[in-house]
Write a protein that binds this ligand. Structure first.
Ligand code: 5GP
Ligand code: ZN
Length: 121
């Protein structure tokens, strides 16, 4: 939709198209886009379109949505150039709270991977 759920939230504005992003995926309830400051060759974020502040705001009503976010990650990771499991793979990270490094208070799943030529084995 064109109206953010939380008008002060940058990820709500990305979902609404009010802040541009490089979209990876979209459906009725999820949105995925490349991180603006990637930590690795592949780094994108999967977020619910609805505003959920963090994992601390998750309740039983969100279990299906969280399952969809997790289940979507491997498919998009492969599409975005992560190498196949098990030699390749990816990390899934959800920072929760300031002491975990959470900076944006709209739940997001980091998907991080891609070729790491400096790793051996
Ligand atoms: P956190 O530290 O909250 O787990 O992660 C927030 C992530 O969002 C960071 O990796 C940061 O680079 C990314 N980010 C913050 N603002 C924007 C933005 O406006 N556009 C995009 N694409 N990513 C953003
Ligand atoms: Zn939001």
């Amino acid at each position: 939709g064109a109206t953010p759920h939380d008008p002060d939230c940058i990820f709500c504005k990305i979902v609404a198209g009010q802040i541009p992003s490089r979209k990876v995926y979209e459906d009725e309830e999820l949105f995925a886009f490349h991180d603006i400051a990637p930590w690795a060759p592949v780094h994108f974020l999967i977020i619910p379109k609805a505003h959920i502040g963090s994992m601390m705001s998750v309740g039983p009503e969100h279990e299906r949505l969280l399952g969809r976010m997790m289940a979507l990650a491997p498919r998009l990771a492969m599409e975005q150039g992560c190498n196949p499991y098990p030699a390749g793979g990816f990390r899934l990270v959800v920072n929760t709270g300031a002491e975990a490094g959470q900076e944006v208070h709209h739940l997001h799943l980091h998907v991080i991977g891609g070729p790491r030529p400096w790793l051996k084995g």
